[in-house]
Design a protein around this ligand. Structure first.
Ligand SMILES: [Zn+2]
Length: 82
C-alpha cells in the first residue's frame, strides 16, 4: 500500500513536490481519513483505511500541517487525483 502510494506520487511530496532525493528519505504516506476513524466506525474495519485514494505522499513539513488540519482533506484529495 505504502509503496504503491509512493510509486503513484513518484516518491515526491504531493503538496510541495519535494522529491525523495531532496528530502533525503522517502516521503511519509499520510492517511487522508485517519485509520482511527475507520477503527472507531461500526460500518468499517481498520483495514478499510488502506486504499490508494485515501493515502498521499507528503514530506515531513507538509505531513505535520496535514496532521494539524492545516491542509484540508479536499485539497489532499485533489492533489492525488491528477
Ligand atoms: Zn511537502
Amino acid at each position: 500500500m505504502r509503496k504503491r502510494a509512493l510509486e503513484r506520487d513518484d516518491y515526491a511530496c504531493v503538496r510541495c513536490s519535494r522529491t525523495k532525493e531532496e528530502l533525503g528519505r522517502n516521503p511519509d504516506v499520510h492517511h487522508i481519513v485517519p485509520v482511527r476513524t475507520f477503527a472507531e466506525s461500526d460500518a468499517h474495519e481498520k483495514a478499510d483505511a488502506h486504499f490508494l485514494e485515501n493515502v498521499a505522499s507528503l514530506c515531513i513539513a507538509c505531513h505535520r500541517k496535514a496532521e494539524f488540519g492545516k491542509i484540508s482533506k479536499t485539497v489532499l484529495r485533489s492533489l492525488i487525483a491528477d
